[in-house]
Structure formats: structure tokens, C-alpha cells
Design a protein around this ligand. Structure first.
Ligand SMILES: C[S@@+](CC[C@H](N)C(=O)[O-])C[C@H]1O[C@@H](n2cnc3c(N)ncnc32)[C@H](O)[C@@H]1O
Length: 216
């Protein structure tokens, strides 16, 4: 278990702790993390609202070895992130640009993909597809503002299309706290016919709701 006692300030505590503990088991050192949507200062909602994952990823990479790519379309967001994460700057590569375009520049496999940019399920799906050539069976996919539970706690479900795309390819939701999900490749490639049908049904229902509510 990772000792987080000297970690920087961050939110999404349950999910971020779990995902990094999973990551350490899968690849103890020299990790490659990609995060879409960066940690901002006064442009954003702080550790509670935004999550502040970038400093935590930087801290983790400094401790365990590795690199985090953080991508944001807003130049000011990246500039604020540089300030917040300056202690870990050697471990972080900062990109200003569209997430799907930048992700394609990666040429090694990604150990942790954190999708946390626009509140738009199609953008999240494009990010996932852009990363696909670098995703292995051991890659951990972590998505913010998403839950596949029948009764969602609140907010929008930006990862709903990614969920279904991965589920159909044999990935399972291994964590869902009503706000974020983690998906990992199942040990079995076999997909139960009814489970597939149910995933399609649930995805359509949630995606329609997201479109109807005008959240995107
Ligand atoms: C919720 S914030 C990210 C929070 C951050 N991951 C954290 O843990 O603190 C979402 C960010 O995504 C950025 N964004 C939106 N669409 C984007 C896109 N297509 N490509 C890259 N960044 C995008 C926004 O500018 C915004 O700064």
C-alpha cells in the first residue's frame, strides 16, 4: 500500500488512492500516465471541484519513477498547472492543445489513462480511441464524472460511451463510487450475451439523458 502522508493536496481521494495502488501493483516503477484536462488554479474548482490529480500524479512519478503527460486546450490552465506542480515539473510533460491530437503523439504504452477533460462523452471516446494503440491489457482506465450505477449520485456521465466501447471489448468496471469509474481488462474474453445487451441498453439510456439535459 502506498504511503500518501507526504502527498500534495488533492481531491477524489477514494478513487485516486485506489487507482495509484492498482498502478503500483501492475507496474511498480517507470510508469507512463496520461491525463486529459489539467489541474487549474483559480480557473477551476480546486481540489474538491476538479480533483487536483496532476500534482498527485507528479508526486507519484517522482517517488516511483515515471512520467505524466497532462493535456489541456486552455493555455492559461497549463500555465496555472505548471505553477501548482513546479515541485514535480521534471516528472510532468505539459501540453496545450486538443487532447485527442496530443495523445496520438505517444509512442509507448500507457499504464494509466485518466480521462477528465470536456463534459462530452464523444470527446472522451475520441481520447480513448486516440490512445488505443498504446493501451495494453494491463492499462488502467480511470474516468471522472461518470457512474454506471442505476441511480447516479449526480452530475454528468462523460465516460458513458467509453464504458460501452471498452465493455464490448472485454473490459470491466472494477470501481464505481457514483462519481468516477475505473475499468480494467477482464481475465476472460468471453462476454455474456445478456450482459452485452444490458450494457448497450444502459449506455443508450444514459447517453440520451446526457443529451437531453443539454450538459454537452
Ligand atoms: C475538470 S478540468 C480537469 C481537472 C484535472 N484533471 C484535475 O484533476 O484537477 C477539465 C479541463 O479540461 C480541459 N479541456 C476541455 N476540452 C478539452 C480538450 N478537447 N482537450 C484538452 N483539454 C480540454 C478544460 O480546459 C479544463 O481545464
Amino acid at each position: 500500500m502506498i504511503d500518501f502522508s507526504d502527498a500534495p493536496l488533492y481531491g477524489r481521494i477514494e478513487g485516486l488512492k485506489l487507482v495509484l495502488n492498482k498502478l503500483e501493483k501492475v507496474r511498480p516503477t517507470n510508469v507512463f500516465i496520461i491525463e486529459t484536462g489539467t489541474t487549474r488554479g483559480d480557473l477551476g474548482g480546486g481540489p474538491e471541484g476538479d480533483g487536483w490529480a496532476t500534482p498527485l500524479f507528479g508526486w507519484y512519478c517522482k517517488k516511483n519513477g515515471g512520467t505524466t503527460w497532462t493535456i489541456d486546450i486552455e493555455e492559461e490552465a497549463i500555465s496555472q498547472c505548471r505553477e501548482i506542480t513546479k515541485e514535480y515539473a521534471d516528472q510532468i510533460t505539459y501540453f496545450v492543445g486538443d487532447s485527442s491530437e496530443i495523445i496520438q503523439k505517444a509512442n509507448v504504452h500507457v499504464d494509466l489513462l485518466y480521462l477528465d477533460s470536456a463534459n462530452d462523452p464523444l470527446i472522451a471516446l475520441n481520447e480513448l480511441k486516440a490512445a488505443e494503440k498504446n493501451i495494453t491489457d494491463k492499462t488502467i482506465i480511470y474516468i471522472d464524472d461518470t457512474s454506471m450505477k442505476t441511480k447516479r449520485v449526480g452530475g454528468i456521465c462523460k465516460g458513458v460511451l467509453v464504458f460501452n466501447y471498452l465493455f464490448q471489448k472485454g473490459w470491466d468496471v472494477t470501481f464505481d463510487n457514483g462519481h468516477q469509474i475505473i475499468m480494467e481488462k477482464s481475465t476472460s474474453d468471453h462476454r455474456n450475451f445478456f450482459a452485452t445487451l444490458f450494457a448497450n441498453f444502459k449506455t443508450n439510456r444514459i447517453y440520451k439523458r446526457v443529451l437531453r439535459k443539454g450538459a454537452i
